[in-house]
Design a protein around this ligand. Structure first.
Ligand code: ZN
Length: 300
């Protein structure tokens, strides 16, 4: 469904989604299927209540709760199929999806087995024109040794579809400098480097800005940055950044958990006052700033 403030032209453009967490993309109906696999019967309404929060820490609690049901490779296959169907409905033809490998390792799972299940679940969608690339993510608060394990598991998976290594989690826990050898190792095995840090990423991402307006609202990041509790989506600085020539990529972050979709994020940008040609330019930038090889960095 096209959000009402979005023109058909923008809605129908094929899009890239570059900042998206698999574990934050599980729609309520799929959460029910997932918990049922492990003997817990829930209604969609109950899941929606879990998906309602006022700030970042409540969101993290909900994220932990959902991931506690991701226990075997088939669970990952289930949510990956769900995500693929959701993305196709959003006209997404290319997605870089972040996987919380740090959490898998913490739970003593084998990331290789989970990743293999993800690949087999998503490969059939390539024939529908949807391509996936994967980002292996460590949790900062688990420390440098655990992060190195994430990089090594990417090496063991040995797949060209894994394009980057990133660090997410609690920004204030471990100093970034401690992860230098881990990033060095990631580069050595051919991965790009990413980092969750406020709105702007690390060295590789400093030239562009991934913006997730719905996420900025739901985690209260926008209100905090603007020092205004009543901050509305129209107050978002996105138009200012774009008009200063800063490359912008629109993304959803955790679409199911933030009750958003990529089309909705474009509609949000339209509500901020962006013109149709500016929205079309943002769609193009989604491909230009992807980890695709240079010759493939254009839309369909
Ligand atoms: Zn994120």
């Amino acid at each position: 469904m096209t959000p009402h403030s979005l023109s058909d032209r923008i809605a129908s453009l094929p899009k890239a989604e570059l900042h998206l967490h698999l574990e934050g993309s599980v729609q309520p109906a799929t959460v029910c299927a997932l918990t049922a696999r492990h003997g817990v019967v829930m209604t969609e309404e109950e899941v929606r209540q879990r998906y309602a929060y006022r700030d970042f820490s409540e969101f993290i609690e909900a994220f932990k709760w959902v991931t506690s049901f991701l226990r075997d490779p088939q669970d990952y296959a289930l949510i990956a199929r769900d995500l693929a169907e959701h993305l196709l409905a959003q006209r997404v033809i290319y997605a870089e999806v972040t996987l919380s490998i740090g959490v898998m390792l913490l739970r003593k799972q084998r990331p290789e087995a989970n990743f293999e299940a993800l690949l087999s679940a998503t490969e059939p969608f390539e024939s529908c024109g949807l391509r996936f690339r994967w980002i292996f993510d460590a949790a900062r608060q688990f420390g440098a040794d655990a992060a190195m394990e994430v990089v090594e598991s990417a090496k063991r998976c040995n797949s060209k579809a894994i394009v980057a290594f990133g660090i997410g989690g609690d920004e204030l826990s471990v100093p970034t400098g401690e992860f230098r050898p881990i990033y060095d190792r990631a580069v050595q095995i051919g991965l790009h480097k990413l980092m969750h840090a406020g709105e702007v990423g690390g060295p590789e991402k400093i030239r562009e800005v991934e913006i997730c307006p719905g996420s900025n609202m739901k985690t209260a990041a926008l209100a905090r940055q603007l020092r205004r509790e009543d901050a509305r989506i129209e107050d978002h600085p996105l138009p200012k950044l774009l008009r200063h020539g800063i490359p912008i990529v629109l993304s959803t972050d955790d679409p199911a958990m933030f009750h958003t979709t990529l089309q909705q994020e474009y509609a949000n940008a339209a509500r901020m006052g962006l013109q149709e040609h500016e929205l079309a330019r943002i769609v193009e930038m989604g491909f230009e700033h992807s980890f695709l090889p240079a010759e493939e960095r254009h839309g369909a």
